[in-house]
Design a protein around this ligand. Structure first.
Ligand code: PMV
Length: 360
């Protein structure tokens, strides 16, 4: 498919007004997306676990305007109150997606959104937020074009979410999702994410992710800036190549349930992501001293307990602690006895692999 396949030729019905709500989860990448080309095309493929608890719920109310406006018309409410500082991001999203949703300027929208995770927890809400909004808009498009099939609906929702925030395209479905073309993954695309189509060993079912909130402040460097710094980065090509290779290796790991290999790839990906930040120009560090304390504790505990606990990081200081469900009790004891002390105000979130976005 190309991006032209997402431009509708015409709409068959006339919809005056309506309302739709979606709850869409966040996701955590195992192979990281870091670096992009024009139009939100990833520099390398990535794969993620869809989360369950960390989610955004968005209600979109729409009302057809008498005359199509010259600009987008919308109000935004975050947790019940108007939120002006979120509006530029939504405007950019509308601008980027208008060629694929030509109805956008014909409606007034009210977007009401809220997160399941604590406000300013340092958890990026862009993946869950942009995917929830993309799904609501697709629901309106499906009303305008009632014959749309479900596969196209999901694919286009992912395509649109990508234009809001790259990683958001991986939040439409569960439980393991790949975004970006890879030679060994059938139907993989840079334009949208797909459910990982190969065999996954039952050990990965209900995989646990406890998110340790090390630093709840806003990041000093945004993801978009970080992605841009991969242009002219001295290690960019090697890094993109490594991501392809890690995906190839993971195929076998997923099939066989080889957790020792899984851990090596996942932790190396997390550290490489941060190594890219530290070696860009300008360079920057998003980890905090407590991030490193936690990593060292995880390594020591893994060696002594023979469990398969490991960590991954997103573009921040928080640590995602990953482990199989059958080790839940032992690892959870360890987290509460030894790791919670490194969290800001002792805060953490217990999450696990989930099934993707839901219409409410
Ligand atoms: O979707 P963005 O532009 O916020 O980028 C997300 C990048 C990482 O979270 C660091 C990695 C990933 O693949 O999710």
């Amino acid at each position: 498919m190309t991006d032209k396949d997402f431009i509708p030729s015409s709409y068959t019905t006339d919809i005056r007004e309506g309302k739709v709500t979606y709850k869409s989860p966040s996701n955590i990448a195992l192979v990281k997306y870091w670096g992009k080309k024009e139009h939100q095309i990833p520099a390398n493929p990535s794969i993620s676990l869809t989360l369950d608890t960390c989610a955004t719920t968005t209600t979109l109310s729409y009302k057809k305007l008498k005359n199509k406006g010259s600009d987008f018309s919308f109000d935004l409410l975050f947790e019940g109150s108007p939120k002006e500082d979120f509006k530029p991001k939504i405007s950019t999203f509308f601008k980027r997606t208008e060629p694929y949703m030509p109805f956008l300027k014909g409606y007034h929208f009210t977007i009401e959104t809220s997160n399941s995770f604590p406000h300013s927890s340092g958890i990026a809400s862009s993946a869950s937020g942009m995917s929830a909004l993309a799904l609501c808009l697709m629901e309106l498009e499906r009303e305008l074009n009632p014959h749309m099939d479900t596969d196209f609906f999901k694919r286009k929702a992912s395509f649109l979410a990508r234009l809001g925030s790259g990683s958001a395209c991986r939040s439409i479905e569960g439980d393991m999702v790949q975004w970006g073309f890879h030679k060994d993954t059938l139907n993989s695309s840079d334009l949208y994410a797909i459910r990982y189509p190969y065999k996954v060993h039952p050990i990965f079912k209900n995989y646990q992710d406890t998110i340790l909130l090390v630093d709840k402040g806003t990041k000093q460097v945004s993801s978009s800036l970080g992605h841009n710094l991969m242009h002219d980065h001295p290690f960019a090509e090697q890094r993109f190549d490594q991501a392809h290779k890690n995906l190839t290796k993971l195929k076998r790991v997923f099939e066989e349930g080889n957790l020792l290999e899984f851990i090596k790839i996942v932790e190396s990906e997390a550290l490489t992501l941060h190594a890219m930040m530290m070696t860009s120009m300008p360079y920057f560090i998003l980890m905090k001293p407590n991030t490193l304390e936690i990593i060292n504790k995880i390594w020591a505990f893994r060696a002594s307990s023979k469990t398969h606990v490991c960590f991954t990081l997103d573009a921040g200081a928080n640590v995602h602690v990953l482990y199989p469900e059958n080790e839940k009790e032992e690892v959870y004891q360890f987290i509460s006895n030894e790791l919670v002390a490194y969290c800001e105000n002792g805060q953490y979130i217990c999450d696990q692999i989930g099934n993707g976005a839901k219409k409410l």
